[in-house]
Design a protein around this ligand. Structure first.
Ligand SMILES: Nc1ncnc2c1ncn2[C@@H]1O[C@H](COP(=O)(O)OP(=O)(O)OP(=O)(O)O)[C@@H](O)[C@H]1O
Ligand SMILES: [Mg+2]
Length: 257
């Protein structure tokens, strides 16, 4: 059912993510990020920028439950970590995509349905008609129709990114964590993917946390933008995105690059 995120902000059931007073990293005495507070509601796209090695991937992996947080409270889709949210509620597009390289585009897209597929379908590798149709629809939404049977390792880096996004569409999570999912895409394809992500947020009420290495582009499609800097998550005013103090240490790009 389509949810208009703009009108559902007050209900706590709409909270995709709620972090308070958290420290993130690998060493409690020297965390990568500390005193972290962040809330993402249904339908909201939140962007994260920051220079290489600052802790962006670590933050996403922590929210995904793949790394423990060092302090504070991390609540994901209503479950407080380390208690996991329901299967399939959190989607992660990792920086290295995590695709099964020697299998087809269609097979990889169908993998998104794994958390919700009945056990017997998983065991016998027999996805239902509904799952196959949702995979076909997702592949076409990312513009890869005609490539369904192609092996992923024969695709370009940008096309592989689109397969990873198709897999997430099939999964249909409440919170999508996307680590540089717009990398290696030409400007036109990146624009199409951004419109698709925006539509998923607006129509399906999907909350998103997106790492983008291009701060200028991120400011164009994120509802809120943050920068990790000096061990803190700091809000960025999109109007001031070209401020040299914000861009210091970040790669310089134009919109869409
Ligand atoms: N398993 C680990 N154990 C200890 N330190 C780690 C581990 N994984 C990453 N790090 C360190 O944590 C820091 C942050 O890494 P992270 O991958 O989160 O950076 P990033 O902001 O995503 O960088 P990039 O933009 O290059 O992807 C780096 O200094 C990295 O070396
Ligand atoms: Mg990273």
């Amino acid at each position: 059912m389509a949810i208009s995120a703009k009108f559902t902000m007050t209900n706590t059931a709409d909270l995709a993510l709620q972090i308070s007073g958290a420290s993130i990293g690998f060493d409690v005495d020297s965390p990568l990020i500390e005193s972290l507070d962040l809330t993402i509601t249904a339908g909201e796209i939140v962007g994260i920028i920051g220079r290489s090695g600052i802790g962006k991937t670590t933050l996403l992996r922590t929210i995904a439950g793949l790394l423990p947080h060092l302090q504070g409270v991390v609540n994901v889709c209503g479950s407080t970590l380390p208690a996991p949210p329901k299967r399939g509620e959190v989607g992660l597009i990792p920086q290295r995509l995590g695709l099964i390289q020697h299998r087809s585009v269609g097979y990889n897209a169908i993998m998104g349905a794994l958390p919700r597929a009945p056990f017997w379908q998983t065991v016998f590798s027999m996805p239902s008609r509904e799952i196959r149709e949702s995979a076909r629809d997702a592949i076409s939404r990312v513009g890869l129709e005609g490539w369904t049977m192609e092996s992923v390792n024969r695709l370009s880096g940008g096309q592989q990114r689109r397969v990873a996004i198709a897999r997430s569409i099939v999964q249909n999570p409440k919170l999508l964590l996307a680590d540089e999912c717009l990398g290696e895409l030409d400007a036109e394809t990146a624009r199409e993917i951004i419109l698709l992500l925006r539509a998923l947020a607006d129509e399906n009420g999907l909350g998103m946390l997106i790492v983008d290495h291009n701060p200028v582009r991120a400011a164009t499609f994120c509802d809120r933008l943050f920068q990790i800097r000096g061990g803190r998550l700091l809000p960025v005013d999109p109007v001031k995105i070209s401020d040299p103090s914000i861009l210091a240490g970040l790669p310089q790009f134009g919109v869409g690059v």
